[in-house]
Design a protein. Structure first.
Length: 318
């Protein structure tokens, strides 16, 4: 049902408008002056505002301009003018009105209002849909730029480690007495760096499918998921001399395993990276009613309360 705000100071005309529009299936709200109309638009979501130009506290065209500046979701506006007021009608449309209608003395204009209201209400729906598409596109571009910067930064560090370790291995190979312990150490560092880069690429691939992938919820064995992530990260865990204490047998939970693996991989990777020297990491869970809450704990500096509000913003490094 289309919601219409009728702004008219003549109570008799306002009554006729309301009766005819409601008879045509529209929901009508009334205002007899600009101030009341503006307050109503702020408090309610109207599809269309029908505004008479002659109001007791100002001109209707000024009210149209005020409403148009409030928000993108402002109602579509239709101004009612007197005969010979085409100049006012043109000015009203410049300020934000969708259309105008001339108020004749015999009230014929009231009979054609429903069709005009439906037309401009449809245009408003299309305008809001287009604004939402533009908003999503802008957000997608912003997310992509932020993620690109983050990936470039994250890949630079392990790539530098690979190059350094490879260079040292080459230097050791040219020596007459080869220290195999050093070679194994740097091979391990290369493996850890390669895993870190693989993890970043996996996160990128997961992000690229998250909006389009169909997530089928099914029972997931979290112990298997976490043990799998631990095996994949074993080189990195050994390199930073970390200890990982994994919870006992957890109850199966409903979820989508590829996304859960991405979450656990990200949490464990962050704990290894920011958990301090020789990080001691604990993974646990608690149950309450039919819910299971999993957690990761490390000995890092943690997060200051000021950034907590940004914790779940996508593509953001805290």
């Amino acid at each position: 049902m289309i919601n219409v705000l009728c702004v008219e100071d003549d109570v008799g005309v306002l009554h006729l408008l309301r009766r005819h529009l409601e008879k045509c299936g529209l929901r009508v709200h009334e205002a007899t002056d600009g101030r009341t109309a503006l307050d109503s638009v702020i408090q309610h979501d109207f599809d269309v505002a029908l505004i008479d130009n002659a109001l007791p506290d100002g001109a209707g065209i000024d009210l149209i301009e005020q409403i148009a500046k409030l928000r993108d979701a402002a109602p579509a506006m239709l101004i009612i003018t007197g005969t010979g007021s085409e100049r006012i009608a043109v000015e009203a449309m410049k300020r934000g009105a969708e259309n105008y209608i001339v108020k004749d003395t015999d009230g014929v204009f009231i009979t054609i209002l429903p069709d005009i209201i439906e037309e401009i209400a449809s245009r408003r729906v299309e305008r809001l849909r287009q604004l939402e598409v533009e908003r999503l596109q802008a957000q997608a571009i912003e997310d992509l730029q932020a993620f690109g910067n983050m990936v470039a930064h994250d890949l630079k560090h392990p790539l530098s480690g690979v190059l350094t370790s490879a260079g040292l291995i080459g230097m050791f190979a040219d020596q007459s007495s080869v220290d195999r312990t050093k070679i194994h150490k740097h091979v391990g560092q290369i493996e850890s760096s390669v895993y870190e880069m693989t993890n970043i690429i996996d996160r990128l691939l997961l992000l690229s499918t998250v909006r389009y992938d169909v997530a089928y919820l099914e029972p997931v064995n979290m112990n298997e998921v976490v043990r799998d992530i631990e095996r994949q990260m074993s080189g990195h865990i050994e390199q930073v001399n970390a200890s990982v204490d994994i919870f006992g047998q957890a109850p199966p939970v409903l979820g989508y395993e590829p996304w859960l693996k991405g979450v656990w991989g990200n949490l464990l990777s962050n704990a290894l990276k920011y958990g301090g020297a020789s990080p001691a990491i604990s993974l646990g869970f608690t149950t309450k009613d039919k819910h299971v809450r999993f957690w990761v704990q490390d000995e890092g500096e943690g997060m200051v309360p000021e950034v907590a509000a940004s914790l779940f913003r996508p593509i953001q490094r805290l």
